[in-house]
Design a protein around this ligand. Sequence first.
Ligand SMILES: [Zn+2]
Length: 452
Amino acid sequence: MKFRIKLETEFSWGETRSHEINTLERRTVDASNEDLGLCLAEAKSVLKEIQRALLQDQVEEISEIARVCRFCGTYLPVHDRRQRRIDTLFGRVTIEAPRVRICMCEPPGLPMLKVAHSPLTRLLPDNATPELRRLQAELGARHSFREAARLLNELTPCTKQNHVTIRNRLATTADNLVSDERSAASETDQRPKSPDITMFLDSAYVRSRPEYQRRNFELIVGSIESKGREKRRFGLSVIGADNPRDYLRRNLEAAGWRDGTAVTVLSDGDPALPRLVRDATGAEINHILDWWHISIRIRHVETTFQTLFSLFEDPEGLAVKKLVQNLRWCIWHGQTARALDAIEELFRIGLHVRSQTFGRTNDAVFSAVSRTMELQTYLQYNRAALVDYGHRRRNGKPVSTSRAEGLVNDVANARMGKKRRMRWSPQGAHRVATVRAAVLDGRLGEGQLRAA
Ligand SMILES: [Zn+2]
């Protein structure tokens, strides 16, 4: 049997036009399962044909409407016709786009320098449809550039993609996101500013390309949250961004920050992170050491002491368990001095056990003591950022960056994790992180597409 696919256009002025799209043939006698329905190759070619017909007629009507002067109603002549190539998700289409003469009635000024304009240019400044650009950037932020190109080639009839096309598109998209933010920030945001903002910060390390004279560089990921607003995520390479302070400030502004908004930063011990926010806001911030990072270190102390006491029958094991529990309780309630006392006690117990067991437990003692020491250093180093976590939690305030932790995976590691064995330039990594964060927030598609 045969299937004929046709497309019928109905122009606003009543004219209709018919396009032959494709004819498909199917065996019915001796049909196999391969004969059922559309296959990918056919679907791609059908879509491509439909796209071509659609665009051709659309451009025709749009140009025709543009020929009527919007000031005086004169029907303007076509100056010339130019071939335009339009890249779409459904193939590259070449169409004849007319350029319309500029009307004599138009007030003198800049437009008079030109004799004609193409109505299509206003719609499609860079010859690619927004959907294609979004997909190129989105896939490029999720997969390797080669894989993204392969997926597009495999599944869509778009013109042949390669890793360079994808990489370039992602770069433009990232740069547009940033410049967009600049113009959006200058426009008046009617919403009231947020009274307070919480920022969760964490960082990941990305393998550097050899020419940058370093093994790794840091990629900061963050999430900015405030009541009644969408969560705002971002990724930032301080050495890869044009102006990291400005970039951070734009992100804060997009999340409702204005001069005077109180900012609380939750992060792990790296002092560079809160400093960066201080620079961006030009004001003091409230820095809190993230509970999650402390909790992991307490857990290490717990497990190493458990291992130590499992090595021999020990009546003291229970006492140590209590001591560690107490340690956790003290830190949770912001009683740092008492927590540090508990740590001293754990040191003493560790050394005592070693002397009692005549070296049998050396390794276990060593790891228990070194884990405890790690916790001690961590607390001492970040003492100013330790708070009463219990109190915060009871007041419904966040105590942990565990959400930012997931963000490290989503923004950084998924694409640039060390396991992926890829090397990055700081600028490239910054761009991928910028687009990744925009994809996660669902921001890709509004701003960036408006800008281009
Ligand atoms: Zn006119």
